[in-house]
Write a protein that binds this ligand. Structure first.
Ligand SMILES: NC(=O)c1ccc[n+]([C@@H]2O[C@H](COP(=O)([O-])OP(=O)(O)OC[C@H]3O[C@@H](n4cnc5c(N)ncnc54)[C@H](OP(=O)(O)O)[C@@H]3O)[C@@H](O)[C@H]2O)c1
Length: 249
């Protein structure tokens, strides 16, 4: 039987790696992103459908919801996202809005539509959050960290709603630490920590989502830091994160 996956943010980084991983597993794909050239090149390589749209625009989000309804995937991956390093009061308001619109609003709309489309079937949804979404706060990158906390909270809440209804839809959040993609450069991070390879993150994500894990945290070191962090008072942990964030600028 044909298996179909719909991936946002597939023109680059983790989304592109997820597309490659799922294509290798025999999935029929629908890829979306903003950069037409990159998207067309990957879709050509993987022989799949694609559509370039800007999730910062309300009208484009609605278009993508229509594409999602028409495609009827068994797997939806909400991966598109962006960040920006810097203090809130010095942040460009357009960038601030874009982070909230793409990371939170567009994801919520697509999640809601995905649930409606998949109702009554065995299906999977993966929301790409970040380890940032499991930490108490992210000084100097506050909006991004808060947006990812939103994604983990939303994912776990909706997952529970589906379980209570006996739904066949399994929803997971992917929470990677640093990953080697264009994300840091685009976020204004100059001194990035050496991250994981995007392909390794994609493999861990696909394994975890089909096992029905609620939170998928690739990499032992990242899992250990999340666990140890829970033992610290939140204020002290936020101060430690702040020191780390300041080194990135
Ligand atoms: N890299 C990391 O260290 C890291 C760690 C944890 C979580 N994450 C999360 O992983 C996800 C993927 O990021 P990445 O690391 O792969 O970064 P990336 O290489 O910059 O890829 C981001 C993807 O999101 C798409 N996107 C951004 N803004 C968009 C918009 N307005 N409309 C449509 N698509 C948009 C980009 O499309 P275009 O390229 O076509 O503009 C691209 O396909 C994000 O949600 C990010 O928060 C990343």
């Amino acid at each position: 039987m044909e298996k179909k996956a719909f991936i946002t943010g597939a023109s680059s980084g983790i989304g592109a790696a997820l597309a490659e991983e799922l294509a290798a597993r025999g999935y029929t794909l629908f890829l979306t992103g903003r950069n037409e050239t990159r998207l067309a090149a990957l879709a050509g390589k993987l022989s799949c459908r694609w559509r370039a749209l800007d999730l910062n625009r309300e009208a484009d989000v609605y278009c993508l919801e229509e594409e999602l309804r028409a495609f009827q995937p068994d797997l939806l991956i909400n991966n598109a996202g962006l960040g920006s390093l810097g203090d809130l009061d010095r942040m460009d308001p357009g960038k601030m809005d874009e982070i909230v619109r793409v990371n939170c609003m567009a994801l919520t709309h697509l999640l809601r539509t995905g649930l409606q489309v998949m109702q009554g079937r065995r299906a999977y949804i993966l929301n790409v959050a970040s380890v940032a979404g499991l930490l108490p706060a992210g000084p100097h990158m506050a909006v991004y960290y808060a947006s990812k906390s939103y994604v983990t909270s939303l994912t776990l809440a909706v997952r529970q709603e589906m379980r209570e209804r006996g739904s066949g839809i399994s929803i997971s959040a992917l929470c990677p630490g640093p990953v080697r993609t264009r994300f840091d450069e685009r976020s204004g991070v100059r001194n990035a920590l050496r991250g994981m390879d995007a392909a390794a993150v994609a493999r861990a994500a696909v394994r975890g989502l089909f096992r029905g894990k609620p939170l998928i945290i690739p990499g032992l070191a990242v899992r250990a830091s999340v666990f140890l962090g829970r033992l610290l008072p939140r204020g002290i942990y936020a101060a430690l994160i702040s020191r780390q964030q300041q080194k990135k600028g």
